[in-house]
Design a protein. Structure first.
Length: 456
């Protein structure tokens, strides 16, 4: 296959991408040219050994507010939530009452500042699509404007690649020529324009990175304090997999006991059954990560500004043309840093909103905000309700807003809720246990206590 590196370089320079981004793309493109597909076979890995795992409940003695002087909070905020029918930053969606994701994240950090007296810094990694909306919204928080560091930095982009000849994909609409490179771009983007160097110069040693849509992910100073005490460079928070997590990436290790993250796109077809075996591969990545910034700086210096992560090749169809998107996951850096660990944390630190069904659960009384603005399950609940919604009537956010405009049903005593049909809700609807509702025609429910299977 012909090497089109020069065309890609010209395209990326024309988009004013930095030399480190261009070098990083070329390193991945070379792998593609060589026929490498980033696959991780079962024969080369094992479940993580005990020595690579830390139990969250064992580190409470390390908790120290003084670590806030050395820790910066980074939220990944590049998603538009297109799967939820959104065209703006997902973080602008209302979550609890009138508060959206951004409101709650800011309040979490301001609460930390007020409680500790330390000027905890908050940064967002935005995409080109979310940068303007996010910064415009955050203008209302004057306290944030006083922080020493910029509120955001922007994720880079990679050129799309034709599958037939590995040449640049060319569209009249230039936006279609690019793809987000995945959140593994964090490390390159953070180093751009000297932001990583500035963080270290200002005395920040650790970064807590998490998704903006996971409001259960809050700073726990015990984790960076444990890292400091044990000279650990990278910690990934993991949870025990449930049946709902079968298709998500899992934690493993190679024959040298180096931790790895394997995504389904990196799994040979013959190994998919084992990939989904939640009793064998027991842990999944929450995308709550803790980085030693100095270790990241040293790694970039040693590798000419490149953080070469395990490659994910994502096949897509764009304008009827088969293309490849080269992507990476930031959690896969667990195999690149030295002295890494996985920390087994409770599900209470993981409550992401990826779909409208997740959003309904969070809207409901099954979740609440504690005094630190952390999203937590209502007292007494161990698991969130499992929600299944009919895509015909709840597939996008406008449909959700319409059908729950008056009220959200109580799910605090509900283990599962399935809605099939056009069902809207008013006040005082209480769901208990397993609830399945099927409606043959549009219906409005209010002042009802619901349980079991209901056909309307």
């Amino acid at each position: 296959m012909q090497d089109h590196s020069r065309q890609f370089e010209k395209q990326m320079k024309g988009a004013n991408l930095s030399s480190s981004v261009i070098r990083t793309f070329h390193a991945y493109y070379e792998q593609l040219l060589k026929g490498e597909r980033g696959m991780i076979a079962d024969k080369d890995i094992n479940p993580p050994s005990a020595g690579n795992l830390i139990k969250y409940e064992d580190i409470s003695e390390f908790r120290s507010q003084a670590m806030l002087k050395k820790t910066v909070v980074i939220k990944l905020n590049g998603g538009l939530g297109t799967s939820m029918g959104l065209s703006k930053a997902k973080s602008l969606l209302p979550v609890k009452g009138n508060l959206n994701f951004l409101d709650i994240i800011v309040r979490q950090v301001l609460a930390l500042r007020g409680e500790s007296g330390y000027d905890v810094q908050l940064l967002f990694m935005n995409s080109y699509n979310t940068q303007t909306d996010t910064l415009e919204y955050l203008n209302r928080y004057t306290d944030l404007a006083k922080q020493n560091l910029p509120l955001s930095f922007v994720q880079n982009k990679f050129p799309r690649i034709r599958r037939d000849n590995l040449a640049p994909f060319e569209s009249i609409d230039d936006d279609q020529n690019w793809n987000p490179p995945g959140h593994g771009d964090l490390y390159t983007a953070l180093a751009a324009d000297g932001l990583l160097d500035e963080l270290i110069e200002r005395g920040y040693r650790y970064a807590f990175v998490s998704n903006a849509d996971n409001l259960a992910a809050t700073v726990d100073t015990a984790i960076p304090a444990y890292m400091e005490a044990n000279n650990i460079n990278f910690v990934m928070e993991v949870c025990t997999r449930s049946p709902a997590d079968r298709k998500g990436g899992h934690l493993c290790e190679d024959k040298y006991k180096q931790l790895l993250l394997r995504e389904v796109a990196q799994t040979p077809e013959a190994d998919l059954d084992r990939f989904q075996d939640i009793e064998f591969y027991r842990y999944f990545n929450t995308n709550n990560l803790w980085l030693d910034l100095q270790a990241l700086q040293w790694s970039l210096i040693a590798n000419d500004g490149i953080m070469l992560l395990p490659l994910i090749i994502n096949p897509k169809i764009v304008e009827n043309t088969p293309v490849y998107q080269l992507e990476t996951a930031m959690g896969s850096a667990i195999s690149v840093f030295t002295n890494t660990r996985a920390m087994v944390v409770p599900r209470s630190r993981f409550a992401p909103v990826k779909k409208n069904s997740d959003l309904l659960a969070v809207w409901s009384d099954a979740y609440e905000l504690n005094d630190r603005y952390q999203l937590v399950l209502k007292r007494g609940l161990e698991q969130p309700p499992l929600v299944e919604l009919d895509d015909r009537y709840y597939g996008n956010i406008d449909q959700m807003m319409k059908r729950f405009s008056e009220a959200v049903p109580s799910l605090a005593s509900c283990s599962s809720l399935s809605l099939k049909g056009d069902i809207s809700f008013g006040e005082e609807v209480i769901c208990e246990g397993k609830v399945s509702i099927e409606a043959q025609e549009p219906i409005f429910l209010q002042h009802r206590r619901l349980a079991g299977e209901i056909k309307l």
